[in-house]
Design a protein around this ligand. Structure first.
Ligand SMILES: Nc1ccn([C@@H]2O[C@H](COP(=O)(O)OP(=O)(O)OP(=O)(O)O)[C@@H](O)[C@H]2O)c(=O)n1
Ligand SMILES: C[C@](O)(CO)[C@H](O)COP(=O)(O)O
Length: 226
């Protein structure tokens, strides 16, 4: 019996690096917005029933989204940083009704359903939170205008989303980490800081985050492929 899983989609960013005329989650991707494509993808995972979408308070695009006619979407106020947006959503979730929460970036519309299902199965089987990730494949360098160091890449991973955690644990860890001034760029970093184990679940590297202009063409390719 799979417990109820709430889904949080942080979609309150401005998309600075994309340099487009609107936030990247509202750019067109194969005839729908990036956010609509992401929601369509996640809605194919049957255990994901209730969605909390964190959007900017002055977001003019949200009311026109096609999925809003369905009753399982709750708008949540986005925050100054992604972590604040996620925490605002977590504070709306009844952890007894939804003991687990899956957080997935609006900017990752081509995640494979099989990878999402694998993350859910692994985490629930071990009763431990986890993230989709993929091992680093390139030689990694540290530096600015010239190389200062080659970083050992064995055991180095790209962290993706979805990230799946017990709702109450994540809410507490995120609250405490932000209060402590910890740099939280993903949910796992708050859970790590709080001392909780986090599973690394290998996923496909085509689970790209649309960040810069060239990512949109790649996302289009992946979306049209399957
Ligand atoms: N205050 C914020 C910042 C980001 N996000 C969301 O978090 C996801 C990943 O963040 P990122 O790729 O950094 O998006 P942006 O912050 O919009 O990008 P940029 O840093 O280029 O402005 C995106 O779906 C974005 O909408 C959010 O909900 N609230
Ligand atoms: C959460 C995340 O997608 C993990 O890779 C990533 O950190 C989000 O992007 P950001 O630029 O750090 O907000």
């Amino acid at each position: 019996m799979i417990p109820n899983i709430a889904t949080v989609i942080p979609a309150a960013g401005v998309g600075k690096r994309m340099q487009a005329d609107r936030p990247k989650q509202y750019l067109d991707l194969c005839g729908a917005t990036v956010l609509e494509q992401t929601v369509r993808r996640l809605q194919q995972v049957s255990v994901l029933q209730q969605f909390y979408i964190a959007v900017s308070p002055d977001d003019p695009y949200y009311p026109a989204l096609s999925f809003l006619q369905q009753g399982c979407f709750q708008r949540v106020q986005g925050g100054t940083e992604r972590a604040n947006s996620v925490l605002n959503a977590l504070q709306q979730i009844n952890a007894e009704q939804y003991p687990w929460v899956l957080v997935h970036d609006a900017a990752r519309p081509v995640v494979r359903l099989a990878d999402v299902q694998m993350l859910i199965e692994h985490c629930l089987a071990q009763n431990v939170g986890g993230i989709l990730a993929t091992p680093v494949r390139d030689t990694m360098k540290r530096g600015t205008s010239q190389i200062e160091q080659t970083v050992e890449r064995s055991g180095l991973w790209h962290a993706y989303t979805p990230q799946l955690f017990p709702t109450a644990l994540l809410r507490t860890a995120l609250t405490d980490a932000l209060c402590a001034g910890v740099a939280v760029t993903d949910e796992a970093s708050a859970m790590e800081w709080a001392g909780h184990p986090v599973l690394l679940v290998p996923g496909h590297a085509d689970n790209i985050k649309i960040t810069q202009a060239e990512d949109l063409a790649l996302a289009r390719f992946y979306l049209e492929r399957n």
